[in-house]
Unconditional design. Structure first.
Length: 333
């Protein structure tokens, strides 16, 4: 059993002596604009404390030992013609643009007795919100613009690497079990229609893996997650449990580029509850996919990896998920 010295983006470390690392993909959790419970939208706010489809190439890989820093940028727009209950108001015709920028400091360290590599990271997001909505019986459309700290996440995981698995030469298997915890640190006001935080804890165990064949350059990556949400103490709304996975399939080229597809699949396994869930025992589901491109190189002698992805949500029920753009960057000093 050996440990991986690969990039967390999934590209092989082709830059000799470089420290190409970071772990943006595996911790792109949500700290996004949220709406209160509605007639037809499950999980309070219609979204999760994880950005669906955020995991890209190299999901199961842990960067080489040391300190790493990553940046995630996420842009999305969603709208709904459903009515939303917010306090004593009923909100209609919602249209929201969200931009998220997050810093992701990461530390990795070899655990020799286990033959594994420890990974610990934090996810610190800042959220810009620009939304319009109409309140029932109000004469004019309302607008909300804000920029606030979002919900901060913490993750701990252990990674292993197996080579020539199933007796196939050049077939590498990286796998990483771990635990993600998201704290309700984001700005939240019960009377606001849109917030940067969700005011609930998320405890989410996960299992990530990457299969890569050196001879063909083909890669398959997946991150499987199960989320436990706590009750929002302000609204007494208990969001249900969530099962979902992100996936990516691509081809790595020798010059540092990876091209492929990525996506997600989501199902809410238990219904919402609590005194605040006045609209019933709702459950959500959705899935989507899109193209992805990634490139690894050196800039002034510093290893850098960047990725750009676009995701189209193909089907969603009781969710506010919509189309998204991702830009991810890892710089190793």
């Amino acid at each position: 059993m050996t440990r991986s010295n690969q990039s967390s983006f999934g590209g092989p470390n082709r830059l000799k002596g470089s420290r190409l690392g970071g772990h943006i993909c595996a911790i792109a959790l949500a700290a996004v604009a949220a709406v209160s419970s509605s007639q037809s939208i499950a999980v309070e706010g219609g979204g999760s404390n994880w950005i669906m489809g955020a995991t890209g190439f190299g999901a199961g890989m842990v960067p080489e030992e040391g300190f790493h820093f990553g940046q995630l940028y996420w842009l999305t727009e969603f709208s709904s013609d459903q009515d939303f209950t917010q306090g004593t108001n009923r909100v209609q015709d919602l249209d929201v643009d969200i931009f998220l920028a997050a810093g992701i400091p990461t530390y990795t360290h070899d655990i020799e007795p286990l033959g594994a590599r420890l990974k610990a990271l934090a996810f610190v997001p800042f959220v810009w919100i620009d939304g319009t909505f109409t309140v029932a019986n109000a004469p004019n459309e309302s607008e909300h613009k804000d920029a606030q700290l979002g919900d901060i996440g913490f993750e701990v995981a252990l990674g292993w690497q197996e080579k020539d698995i199933f007796g196939i030469q050049g077939l590498q298997f990286d796998y990483t079990p771990g635990l993600l915890v998201v704290a309700p640190t984001g700005h939240y006001e019960q009377q606001e229609v849109l917030n940067a935080g969700r005011h609930r804890w998320l405890i989410q165990p996960h299992f990530s893996y990457t299969l890569f064949h050196e001879g063909t350059g083909l890669e398959v990556s997946q991150r499987i997650m199960y989320g436990f949400n706590t009750t929002n103490g302000r609204t007494n709304y208990r969001s249900g449990q969530e099962f979902h996975f992100d996936w990516a399939v691509g081809h790595r080229f020798d010059f540092g580029m990876t091209l492929g597809m990525f996506g997600f699949w989501y199902r809410q396994t238990t219904a919402d509850g609590g005194r605040g869930a006045t609209v019933g025992d709702l459950k959500g589901k959705s899935w989507g996919f899109g193209p992805a491109i990634q490139y690894s190189s050196e800039v002034f002698g510093v290893p850098v990896t960047g990725a750009v992805r676009y995701q189209k949500v193909m089907q969603h029920r009781n969710r506010l998920d919509d189309d998204s753009f991702f830009f991810q960057l890892v710089v190793n000093f």
